[in-house]
Design a protein around this ligand. Structure first.
Ligand code: RAM
Length: 543
């Protein structure tokens, strides 16, 4: 009888684990904590600083540059006629709401006025037809709006939040019966970042100052009521972006409420089995992108929480969110197979992201990231006095490390390979260093070798380059790390970036993960991390 009772209790437990919402007891409070930490948005009112025109230029980034033209002083009194096109330059990247006013110049309005606005972060958005739309993401992210006004004179504000530097005005409908002008236009720019960022040391070269400036602008624009990935496109909280934005924020704005809000929001919206969703939305009410789970991002949440605790000392939050940390590891471990490696097929296959570089094999990077996350999560456990609860983690990490070395390291060549085709990529070496599988010395050799191989798969986004710079610093390759930052982010600055871009390959200006460069985000969260490097390692970057 007792035996049956045990079996029954066991079955109930399994059933509970399979079907229960593991965060049921916490969700409501977590969501409330997320709401309480919503930061205030600071407003700046901006007006255009010049009129410009697009000039096709094969040497310019993506084939277009902007040239200033005179006339802004008279623009507000100039009669607008059907077919007129003007481009207004606000002089900086802005995120917020656009307003304008039309006024009557003579006679009486006898027909509606129709105007098309196109808001652009980059010249390419003003010079590429949007339709027929070839992109892989929703067409309506592109920022073109047609407005028809039966009555003019009142200020009009476009309802959707926008992200741009340039505003193109095309007059689609006027009337021979009257004349009108655009008598005002302004932009209410929003950000939850405080205004101030400490100066760099006086010895810092101009190119590094410029990279820092652009990084700060990028982060400022992405800091809204969550860390957004891109204020133009996606406009939501992704874990991978959050991690990088939060470490850059810790070195600059130090707006920690925002980090806290994001950590709570992601936890409150996790799936019932405990797994975090890769991204969440705030509006109309907080909800996740159901079904989108990314294994590397789930694990990076743990690292983001650790860094938050180290930066703020906020143990209360870290303890509160500790169950999320444990669950990300528990769930990832269900993918470990008999070889002691992460096997993507062992359980429901999850998205392994790592970079937008097409064709990247993520098998080896995944092993490294898992060990990295185990190490960092254990560090967090120690800070919170939770080691006893997770005492098996160090041994798990050791087993994976051993298996990885035995199976994925090409000893003769001195680097790691990935997948059935034994792909050689920068990111495989990167994650093997960050996990501690490769020592600093071995890592240096592996990286130098792989980076000298023209056929090696190199990163396609600033997101992946971030980890490469971090790895170089860890391997004692300070000079190379500094040069890479100058070459990669510096070349965006030289090509005219006001804010750093989502995807960037110096060899391919039209690179787009979505098949259409205008839909790329040109102010992208994960690209802001030069701020982190420059401020965190002044001895490398500020001299
Ligand atoms: C895109 C965005 C975002 C990133 C994901 C993986 O939608 O660029 O920043 O985190 O992909």
């Amino acid at each position: 009888m007792r035996r049956y009772c045990f079996i029954l209790a066991g079955l109930l437990c399994v059933n509970y684990l399979l079907w229960a919402d593991v965060y049921q007891a916490y969700r409501e409070r977590w969501l409330q904590k997320a709401e309480e930490a919503i930061p205030q948005l600071h407003e700046t009112r901006l007006r255009p600083v010049r009129l410009v025109r697009s000039v096709a230029d094969s040497v310019a980034y993506q084939g277009w540059r902007m040239e200033a033209i005179p006339g802004l002083d008279v623009f507000y009194h100039t009669a607008l006629k059907r077919g007129d096109v003007y481009i207004l330059d606000f002089g900086r990247h802005m995120t917020g709401y656009y307003s304008f006013k039309l006024s009557l110049l003579d006679r009486a309005q006898d027909a509606p006025v129709r105007i098309k606005f196109t808001f652009a972060e980059m010249p390419i958005e003003l010079n590429t037809p949007f339709d027929p739309y070839p992109g892989g993401l929703g067409r309506a992210w592109l920022q073109d709006e047609v407005i028809t006004l039966p009555y003019i004179g009142e200020e009009v504000t476009i309802g959707r939040r926008l992200s741009c530097r340039y505003v193109k005005v095309e007059v689609l409908g006027d009337s021979p019966g009257f004349s009108f002008a655009m008598s005002d236009m302004s932009f209410r720019a929003l950000s939850s970042a405080p205004a101030y960022v400490e100066e760099l040391s006086e010895t810092t070269p101009e190119i590094i100052r410029a990279i820092h400036r652009v990084g700060v602008e990028t982060l400022r624009e992405c800091m809204q009521t969550v860390y957004e990935d891109g204020p133009k496109r996606d406009q939501r909280l992704w874990i991978g972006d959050l991690y990088l934005e939060s470490i850059a924020n810790a070195e600059s704005f130090r707006q920690f409420d925002l980090t806290k809000r994001c950590l709570y929001l992601l936890a409150a919206l996790a799936a019932e089995d405990g797994q975090l969703h890769a991204n969440v939305f705030e509006k109309p009410t907080p909800h996740p992108q159901y079904g989108t789970v990314c294994q590397d991002y789930s694990l990076l949440y743990n690292v983001a929480l650790l860094e938050y605790l180290k930066d703020t000392g906020d143990r209360e939050t870290a303890l509160d969110l500790w169950p999320v940390v444990v669950n990300q590891i528990r769930l990832a471990m269900t993918y470990i197979d008999d070889t002691q490696l992460y096997n993507p097929q062992k359980n429901t296959p999850l998205w392994l992201f790592f970079d937008w570089r097409a064709g990247l094999d993520t098998y080896t990077p995944m092993q490294g990231l898992l060990v990295f996350a185990l190490n960092k999560s254990y560090e967090l456990a120690k800070l919170l006095g939770k080691e006893a609860e997770v005492k098996e983690w160090p041994a798990l990490a050791r087993r994976i490390k051993k298996a990885v070395r035995e199976r994925l390291y090409d000893k003769k060549a001195g680097y790691f390979v990935s997948g059935a085709d034994r792909q050689v990529s920068y990111l495989s070496q990167v994650w093997m260093v960050l996990s501690g599988v490769l020592s600093a010395d071995e890592g240096k050799k592996a990286l130098r070798r792989v980076m000298a191989m023209p056929e090696a798969v190199y990163p396609g986004t600033p997101y992946a380059y971030h980890y490469l710079v971090e790895t170089m610093i860890q391997c004692g390759m300070e000079a190379e790390a500094r040069q890479l930052l100058i070459d990669y982010w510096g070349s965006m600055v030289r090509k005219g970036a006001d804010t750093f871009w989502e995807a960037y390959d110096p060899k391919d200006d039209l690179l787009s993960p979505y098949g259409f460069a205008p839909i790329n985000s040109y102010c992208h969260a994960w690209s802001c991390t030069p701020i982190y490097f420059i401020r965190r390692y002044p001895e490398i970057f500020q001299r």
